[in-house]
Design a binder for this molecule. Sequence first.
Ligand SMILES: *Cc1c(COP(=O)(O)O)cnc(C)c1O
Length: 226
Amino acid sequence: MTIIAQNLDLIRKNINKAALSSGLAPDHVTLVAVSKTCPAEAVQEALLAGQRVFGENRVQEAASKFPALKGAYPDLELHLIGPLQTNKVAQAIKLFDVIETLDRPKLAEALAQEIKKQGRIPRLFIEVNTGNEPQKAGVSPQNVPNFLAFCQKGLGLPIEGLMCIPPFDQDPTSHFVLLHNLATQLDLPSRSMGMSADYETAIAHGATHVRVGTAIFGHRSAPLAS
Ligand SMILES: *Cc1c(COP(=O)(O)O)cnc(C)c1O
């Protein structure tokens, strides 16, 4: 068994445990394996271990790795979890099955236009800036209801859920609670929250999608072993 397969095995067990202790079926939670900066070979190892859902934060990098893998594994599901520039929208809609970072009206308009053109509709999550951090992408919690109405009613975009990246220097729990309550209030079924350090906490607070990178693929910035 490869290290990646072992890591996946352990994380799946932890996810199942966390789901069950919240009274949820294990398949209530989707593991998004975040493969940013990892070579295609690492993704291939995860695929061989049964993983099918992956997350990438850059359109360009995903475009260089995933078309071939998607050809080999038609049930592979690719999520965009990083910022999307409007000039990359056409490429993103071609490549991604889920876009988790819808965060502004201009992007929503560009997506709506391109969806019409391509006839391909990715699943969409609105990114919420739960910490109201000025440097961070995402819609402020108080503006989410209006932005959601604009996307759904104004543009006819189907919105599946909400996504957040809590501030790095804080206990994420209150952010998970906020995102969960907001999604419930707005009648959205999915909540993407929780990463390597806190995915179990996120599940305990209602996550339907956890985005885990380091705990599967190892540290991205680690120097090569010598
Ligand atoms: C990199 C990244 C992750 C995964 O982070 P880890 O700590 O490596 O699990 C999750 N979500 C987003 C948006 C990311 O950019």
